[in-house]
Design a protein around this ligand. Structure first.
Ligand SMILES: [Zn+2]
Length: 203
């Protein structure tokens, strides 16, 4: 057979569409013709490359499914983080307080300015106090009481004493009556001097 005829048959041959008789003719020709053999090899190489690409295309929908799954997982994580954040805020970290919801009493007791806070809205008062050379800062937050969490008889109350002795020993503040006491309600802050607090206490 002539090379041209063989080469015309090759695409069908590769696809397995040629008859057994044609196949034998083609193979017989290949044994004696290097040029056609090379063309067949090239065509087969391209064919297998095409199959690989086809397989990749078939894989694509899986990749899409995977992305959809990733989105679902992401959504679940976001919801969990949001719930966790709400839980954290409600029961652990607390949120800011309207100063109107807090009753503050100031007393002068045994060398201490005693600050008493009571949260009147029924929530737990989460409070801390910290002083350095610059100021005294009292942080107040409200939160919910976690079931089973024993917050004592008055979960809405907090007491903080500022010792004048301690202030004098610190010695850094020139006039301790000017020492600022910041009540931090979260969004709002109120600042008193120690002198102002003493005046309130004496009323
Ligand atoms: Zn040939």
């Amino acid at each position: 057979m002539k090379c041209e005829i063989i080469r015309d048959l090759l695409p069908s041959y590769i696809d397995g569409l040629t008859s057994e008789a044609s196949n034998q003719e083609i193979l017989a020709h290949m044994e004696g013709c290097e040029a056609c053999r090379e063309i067949l090899q090239e065509m087969q190489a391209e064919e297998s490359k095409g199959i690989e690409e086809g397989e990749k295309k078939k894989i694509h929908p899986f990749r899409k499914l995977n992305q959809r799954m990733k989105m679902t997982i992401l959504a679940v994580v976001v919801v969990c983080v949001a719930l966790g954040g709400a839980f954290w805020t409600a029961f652990v970290k607390g949120w800011s307080i309207d100063p109107k919801d807090v009753e503050m009493n100031v007393a002068w007791e045994e060398g201490e300015v005693l600050l008493r806070f009571e949260l009147l809205n029924g929530h737990v008062l989460n409070a801390w106090g910290m002083g350095d050379q610059m100021e005294m800062r009292i942080g107040l937050k409200q939160m919910l009481q976690f079931p089973g969490d024993d917050r004592g008889k008055y979960p809405g109350r907090f007491e903080y004493g500022i010792s004048l002795e301690w202030m004098r020993e610190g010695g850094e503040t020139e006039d301790i009556m000017e020492y600022p006491v910041v009540i931090d309600y979260g969004k709002e802050k109120m600042t008193y001097t120690l002198g102002e607090l003493l005046e309130i206490a004496e009323k």
